[in-house]
Each structure stands twice: as structure tokens, then as C-alpha cells.
Design a protein around this ligand. Sequence first.
Ligand SMILES: C[S@@+](CC[C@H](N)C(=O)[O-])C[C@H]1O[C@@H](n2cnc3c(N)ncnc32)[C@H](O)[C@@H]1O
Length: 212
Amino acid sequence: MTGLPWDASYLAGPAPWDTGGPQPAVVRLASEGGFTGAVLDAGCGTGDNALHLASLGLSVLGVDVAETALAIAREKATERGIAVEFAAADAFGLQRLGRRFDTVLDCGLFHTFDIDERVGYVASLASVTEADGTLYVLCFSDEGPDTGPHPVSHEELRAAFNPGSGWNVAGIQPDRLNTRYHDEDGAPAWLATIKRGADRAKHRRPVTHQLA
Ligand SMILES: C[S@@+](CC[C@H](N)C(=O)[O-])C[C@H]1O[C@@H](n2cnc3c(N)ncnc32)[C@H](O)[C@@H]1O
């Protein structure tokens, strides 16, 4: 939304997506008990979602490539006295964290990647998510007026998180994503709930023919 490299987006005041608070969809999901165990916020920006989840007592790691965003996130954590971790990490190499998570949040990151990039990102997410873990993707939707840049369709979400990639899409609900450039109702979004699952294609038993 800025057209700038990620870190530069954070240098001259708040970036367009940096609303200064957690996304209402994340707050609601958390109040419904959607986040459990160790939580990863992939592409956490200045950390408002991660900080909200950590303030509820969850163990949260927020990662981003933008050091300026991480510095702001750490400052907020200190000011608010919230125990939360922020670390520099590339979403395409999450396995390098050497950690695993029960719940993963992607708020506004997936929709920034091209179709070609999604395969690597989806595999990277799988590498750090527990076998029965859950991923939430909150992204701009291709439906409705005044959506954000890089809107995503149901089909694109299902294609990226297909069972062969080790994921199963449990549901995709219409939601809203707040930005600094939409009114208080935010932009049309999808909230996809995606379960980590066995790569059925790899584990499928070989077909055998029974003799009559
Ligand atoms: C649209 S912003 C959303 C930030 C935050 N989730 C929020 O809701 O405010 C996308 C974020 O992903 C980060 N990002 C982009 N590519 C990344 C990558 N390969 N690995 C980790 N973070 C990345 C950007 O620096 C940026 O902070």
C-alpha cells in the first residue's frame, strides 16, 4: 500500500495498515478462544495484534523483516509492560526459528505475495506449525466495493493451502480489515481458518488390485 520497501514503509509515520490497534477480527477470534498454546504472528508489523494476544496471557512471538517495525513493537511492549517476543525473521524461512507453534496468525501478509511466492510461504508456515495446529489468514477479499490492494479470492486461498501442501482449509468467512484509508468499518476481507493436516497425497497407501 505504500509502494516502498517494507522497512521504509515504517520510517515516515504510520504505514497505511498500521491502525494503532489490533484488528477487530483478531480481538473477536481471541475472545472466542481461537488462539491457544504458542502463537506466531507472521509479518507482525508494529505488533498490535501480537500485543493484544500476549496481553491475554498467551505466549506470542511476532516476526517481521522490517527492523523499524520490530523496534516500534518492542517499545510498545515495554511501555505497556506486556511480555511478548519480537524477532527479525523471513516468512519464507520460518524453520530457521527452530520453534513450533499451535496457532499462527497471518494478518495482511499472505495477500502481499505473488502466486509464485505462495508455495514457499505455505511450506514455511507448515514447517513451524504443530500437527494439529491452526492458521488464521486475514486478507483483503476480492468481493465487495472498496477493497484493499492485492485482493484474494476463495479459490486462491484453497489453491495455496491445498491438502497436498499439508493444510486443510476449514472455513473462509467474510470479515473486515481496518486500514488508515478506509472508514471505521474497514475493507472487505476474508478470515480463513486453516488446519495443519497430514499431506494426504504423500501418505496415501499404494493402490492394489484385488484378485477375484
Ligand atoms: C501489510 S503489513 C501487515 C502488518 C501487521 N500484520 C498488521 O496487521 O499491522 C505486512 C507486514 O509483513 C512484513 N513482511 C513482508 N514480507 C515479509 C517476509 N518475507 N517475512 C516477514 N515479514 C514480512 C512487512 O514488513 C509488514 O510489516
